[in-house]
Design a protein around this ligand. Structure first.
Ligand SMILES: [Zn+2]
Length: 319
C-alpha cells in the first residue's frame, strides 16, 4: 500500500506549498503599512500604532522597544544616560555554528539592527524624581535571549545602582529565555540574577519587574527575584515558563484542558504569581513611582518638590 501513502504525502506536500505561496513572506509583512491585531482581528495602520506606542484601540499591547519606552513613557522629560555593556564580554564563548553560519555573525546583525550593545538597553536617570536604573529587554534583538554578554551587562547595571545610591531598579521584561548557544554560560546567569537582586535589597533599593508579552523560559524564572512584579496589561500573553504549546501538550497527556487565559496577566494575578496588572503601559510610570515613594517613606513635601506624584499617607503608615 505504499502507493496510497505516497499519494497522500504528495497531496499534503502540494497543499503545504500552496499555503506557503499564498501567505505573505516576512519581508512582505515588514514592508506593509498595515498590521493585523491578534486580539480584535482588525487591520491597523502601523503609523497609528506607532503614534500610540504600539497599543491597539482594543488595548492589545504589541512589543515596544526599550529606547522608545525610556524616552516617552518612563524617564522624566525623556532624559537618561546609557550604562555600557563591558566590551570584553562575549555572547558566544563556545564559537557556535548553525547550519554552517557562525552565531557571532548573527549576534552582530542583531546589534546593527537595533543599535544596541546587547539584548538589554540599560539606562540611568530620574523617573518621577526617583534616582533610577532601568533595564529594558529588546525582543527584536534575537528574542532578547540571555547570554553571558547580557549577564555581564546586567551586572554592570547592578554595580552602578549599588555604587550610586539608586532608589529604584526597574526591569521591563520581553524575552524568550536563556540563549541555547551559550549553554551553561547562559544558564549560570539565573543564579547570578537571584544573588544580584538580594544585594540590591540589602542596599534598600526598591526593585520592580514589569512583564511585557512573551516572557518565557529562564528569564521568566529570573523575574521572581524582584520585590514587586506586575504585568504591563491584564491581557498580555505568553507570560509562562515553557510556552503555551508545550504546556498544552503536557496537559493533553492526562486529558485535561488548558485554561483559555493561561499565561495572561490577569491569570497570573488571580493565581498569586504576580502582584497585579496595570491597565496599560501608560499608567505604569505613575503607579511604580507611587509605590516606590511609599516604600521609601518619602515625606510628601519632598515628593512634591521632586515630582507631581502625591503620596498616600494611609498606605505609608501601614508599610
Ligand atoms: Zn486590536
Amino acid at each position: 500500500m505504499n502507493w496510497i501513502k505516497n499519494r497522500i504525502l504528495s497531496f499534503v506536500q502540494k497543499a503545504k506549498d500552496k499555503f506557503k505561496k499564498d501567505r505573505p513572506s516576512k519581508a512582505d509583512q515588514e514592508k506593509s503599512l498595515w498590521l493585523n491585531c491578534p486580539s480584535c482581528n482588525q487591520m491597523q495602520l502601523k503609523e497609528d500604532l506607532k503614534n500610540n506606542f504600539n497599543v491597539c484601540k482594543c488595548m492589545h499591547h504589541f512589543d515596544l522597544d526599550p529606547e522608545t519606552r525610556f524616552k516617552n513613557l518612563l524617564f522624566d522629560d525623556g532624559n537618561f544616560e546609557l550604562i555600557d555593556c563591558p566590551s570584553w564580554s562575549s555572547p558566544d564563548p563556545l564559537n557556535m555554528e548553525i547550519n554552517g553560519k557562525k552565531f557571532i555573525d548573527k549576534y552582530k546583525n542583531y546589534q546593527n539592527k537595533t543599535g544596541q550593545q546587547s539584548a538589554l538597553l540599560i539606562a540611568h536617570g530620574k523617573i518621577g524624581g526617583l534616582k533610577t536604573v532601568a533595564v529594558g529587554y529588546n525582543f527584536a534583538f534575537g528574542g532578547a535571549a540571555f547570554s553571558q554578554r547580557e549577564n555581564e551587562h546586567f551586572l554592570a547595571a547592578a554595580q552602578f545602582a549599588i555604587e550610586n545610591d539608586i532608589e529604584l531598579f526597574l526591569s521591563v521584561y520581553q524575552s524568550g529565555g536563556m540563549s541555547v548557544y551559550g549553554n551553561i554560560h547562559s544558564l549560570k546567569s539565573m543564579s547570578v540574577c537571584q544573588m544580584v537582586h538580594t544585594m540590591l535589597k540589602k542596599k534598600n533599593i526598591v526593585n520592580v519587574g514589569v512583564l511585557g508579552s512573551k516572557i518565557t523560559g529562564g528569564t521568566f524564572v529570573n523575574v521572581f527575584a524582584n520585590d514587586f512584579l506586575f504585568s504591563e496589561s491584564p491581557k498580555n500573553t505568553d507570560q509562562l515558563f515553557s510556552g503555551k504549546r508545550v504546556s498544552a501538550s503536557v496537559r493533553s497527556s492526562d486529558n485535561t484542558e488548558m485554561p483559555s487565559d493561561f499565561g495572561e496577566g490577569y491569570f497570573l494575578q488571580k493565581h498569586g504569581m504576580i502582584d497585579g496588572c496595570f491597565s496599560s503601559r501608560f499608567e505604569m510610570k505613575k503607579k511604580i513611582v507611587d509605590l516606590t515613594n511609599v516604600l521609601l517613606k518619602k515625606p510628601e513635601a519632598q515628593v512634591k518638590k521632586e515630582s507631581n506624584v502625591k503620596v498616600d499617607k494611609s498606605l505609608q503608615s501601614v508599610s
